[in-house]
Design a protein around this ligand. Structure first.
Ligand code: ZN
Length: 265
C-alpha cells in the first residue's frame, strides 16, 4: 500500500527546470527528482529518485513532455530510501517495468527488511522538524525490481557518470557525479534549503545546508561525506531539496559546511 498524499508543499511544486546539460529537474512538492538523458538516444533517460507519495502521474507527465510520448525510462537510481525520495516508486514501476539501483547498505529499507529509525524532531529548530514524526519511515518492498549498484562505481545506462558513497544521512546514501560540467546529483548528502524550516521550504530559500537533521542517522559520517564531495570540486549542486546551485566551484563552501557539522557532533 502506498502512503497517502502529504499536504506539505512549496511554491515550485510541479515546476520542471533544466538543471545542467542533459539533466532535467522536477520539483515535487518539497523534493526534486532528476531525469538524466542518454546523450546518444535523446528519448531515453534514467530517473534519479522517485518523489513524494501520489506523484507518479506528475513525474510520468513531465517525462513525456520533456522526452516525448514514446520516451523510455531505462532505470531508476535511488540516492536513498526515505519516503520523499521513493514516494511514487511503486506506482511508477506499475507503468515503467525498469530496474531500480541502490547501494547495498540501503537494500534493507527497500526490500521490507528494516524501517528507518524514528525521526528526531528536536535535532534542530523549525516547524518541519517538529512535524517529522508524522513522516512515513517504514521500509517499502520492491525486491522484484531492485539491484545493487555496480561495485566499480559505474552508473548503469549513464556512461559519463560515477556513483559516490556518501553515507551519514542514511547508511547507504549515494550521490552521482559527472566530470563534464562537474555536476553533482547530491540527493540529501547536501541540500540547498533549510529543510527543517517550513517558511524556507515553502519559498525554497536558497542556502547550502547539511541533510535534514530530523532524519539524519549519523552526523559525523555526513560531515566526512561532504568533505569527499568537496574534493570533487563540483560546479553544479543538484540537490534533493532546494533550488540547484550552479555556476562556480563549491568546494570551499562544502568544506566549511562539513566543518560546521563536525563541530556539532
Ligand atoms: Zn532523506
Amino acid at each position: 500500500m502506498s502512503d497517502p498524499y502529504m499536504p506539505l508543499s512549496s511554491v515550485r511544486s510541479g515546476m520542471g527546470f533544466e538543471a545542467a546539460k542533459g539533466v532535467h529537474g522536477l520539483t515535487v512538492q518539497i523534493v526534486n527528482v532528476y531525469f538524466v538523458q542518454n546523450p546518444s538516444q535523446p528519448h531515453e533517460f534514467v530517473l534519479i529518485d522517485a518523489g513524494m507519495p501520489k506523484s507518479a502521474g506528475m513525474i510520468i507527465k513531465e517525462a513525456k513532455q520533456r522526452f516525448g510520448d514514446n520516451c523510455t525510462c531505462k532505470a531508476i537510481i535511488l540516492t536513498h530510501g526515505h519516503f520523499d525520495h521513493i514516494g511514487a516508486i511503486e506506482e511508477i514501476l506499475e507503468q515503467w517495468k525498469v530496474p531500480v539501483y541502490v547501494h547495498e547498505k540501503e537494500l534493507p529499507y527497500v526490500t521490507g527488511q528494516e524501517d528507518y529509525p524514528p525521526a528526531r524532531p528536536d535535532s534542530k529548530s523549525g516547524l518541519v522538524a517538529k512535524l517529522s514524526p508524522l513522516f512515513p519511515r517504514h521500509s517499502i518492498n520492491i525486491s522484484s525490481h531492485v539491484h545493487t549498484l555496480p561495485e566499480d562505481g559505474s552508473v548503469p545506462f549513464l556512461e559519463e557518470w560515477e556513483w559516490l558513497f556518501t553515507p551519514g544521512h542514511t547508511p547507504g546514501h549515494v550521490s552521482l557525479f559527472r566530470e563534464s560540467g562537474r555536476v553533482l546529483l547530491a540527493g540529501d548528502a547536501v541540500i540547498t534549503v533549510e529543510q527543517e524550516s517550513l517558511a524556507d521550504v515553502v519559498i525554497q530559500k536558497q542556502e547550502l545546508h547539511g541533510p535534514p537533521a530530523y532524519f539524519t542517522m549519523d552526523t559525523a559520517l555526513t560531515s566526512e561525506s561532504i568533505q569527499r564531495i568537496a574534493k570533487l570540486e563540483p560546479e553544479a549542486l543538484l540537490t534533493g531539496h532546494g533550488i540547484p546551485m550552479t555556476g562556480r566551484n563549491y568546494s570551499k563552501d562544502l568544506s566549511a559546511l562539513a566543518e560546521r557539522l563536525s563541530a556539532i557532533t
